[in-house]
Design a binder for this molecule. Sequence first.
Ligand SMILES: Cc1cc2nc3c(=O)[nH]c(=O)nc-3n(C[C@H](O)[C@H](O)[C@H](O)COP(=O)(O)OP(=O)(O)OC[C@H]3O[C@@H](n4cnc5c(N)ncnc54)[C@H](O)[C@@H]3O)c2cc1C
Length: 392
Amino acid sequence: MEETLDAIIIGGGMVGAAVAAALGQAGMAVTLVEGGKAPEAIADDAPFDLRVSSLNLASQRLLEQTGAWSFIPEARRCPFRHIEATDEAETYQVHFSASDLELPHLGHFVENRVIRHALWQRLAELPNVTRLCSVSPVALVRGRQHTLVELDDGRLLAARLVVGADGANSRLREMAGIATHDEDYGQRALIVNVRTRLPQQDVSWQRFMPHGPQAMLPLPGHHASLVWYDDDEATLSREALDDETLRLAIEAAFPARLGGIEAVRGRASFPIRRRHAERYVQPRLALVGDAAHVIHPLAGQGLNLGLQDAEVLSEQVVAAFQEGQDPGGQRALSRYARTRRPQALAMITAMETFHRVFTGPEPLRHVGAAGLAVAERLGGAKRQVMRHALGL
Ligand SMILES: Cc1cc2nc3c(=O)[nH]c(=O)nc-3n(C[C@H](O)[C@H](O)[C@H](O)COP(=O)(O)OP(=O)(O)OC[C@H]3O[C@@H](n4cnc5c(N)ncnc54)[C@H](O)[C@@H]3O)c2cc1C
């Protein structure tokens, strides 16, 4: 065993890499343990990947502060200035515009692999951050001064803090014996990358349908990511269609005013589940990102929540480290959990409400649709909601 580290981070996805960058640039000795491979460089003209996230302004700020944002090439990020949500008949809608808040944009759509690669490039600049790939933890031994993590290649690491950023099926969470509250929505999201007839748009569009929302998220150039929620059976049969039949099905189901689809470039589907860890912290251990909470992706907030965890946890831990206190101590960790768990719970509840109202029986759906119209007329309160969604 080598010297005791300040932190071990299990999981080098977007959230884990963000924690590693924030702690690493504060001078802490960090080891990042990733079960898969290191992310690969993506050429500016490479086809777009299916996994795309909307980064709100708070997430952009964190990526800027950790020095990762400049590694996201302009060619791979698409700013959006409007968010539009409508009911099934498109009778009612709520529209948020960057200009209402005097902002240049509301966020960016970026492929997950591009965000992750940018963060790993930043980590490569930090000599006190070690990145280990294709290794996973097999055992956790708690001590008063540090926690030991045994890896499946036989290595033994010791640190004052262990962070679980290993996603929805977190092994670290399981090894720590932290239970979760789970729900399967019985829904799948079909993600389809398309070439659009119109050039790049700047609207994140969503329509609430009885079987789940439909969304069109802009990507650079003539590209977009469509998200089509439905029950498992309908989604899996659509996913199996050939490109041209799927293109026609999309054109029939999505409104013509979106501009039409020239070609289908790829598709995949994901089950929609909710999962919330009962606790975010234990002595010398903290959970962040999907390891702590998996929410319905209908408002594209899962990664944004995870990056806010990364921001709050690293603020607390770095403050303790800089004051010469224990970075894995109770004080820093309970402040993190007290801040973040209620915020994630509020987001889970909000997503749950949207889901239940818009997939509920007709009278309830009508109330939801009317709610969009009311939200549209809220004025100052609408701006407040928007500021909250942007993480401002
Ligand atoms: C259909 C869909 C659309 C979405 N759209 C959006 C969106 O628009 N905006 C948004 O904010 N969020 C969105 N989300 C949610 C978002 O993708 C997740 O919240 C985000 O990817 C979580 O990041 P993470 O780093 O916590 O976990 P992950 O991305 O799952 O990363 C976990 C990492 O840990 C590694 N790992 C796993 N197990 C181990 C192990 N045992 N040992 C070591 N390493 C391990 C993995 O290899 C991976 O690198 C969407 C989700 C879905 C399903």
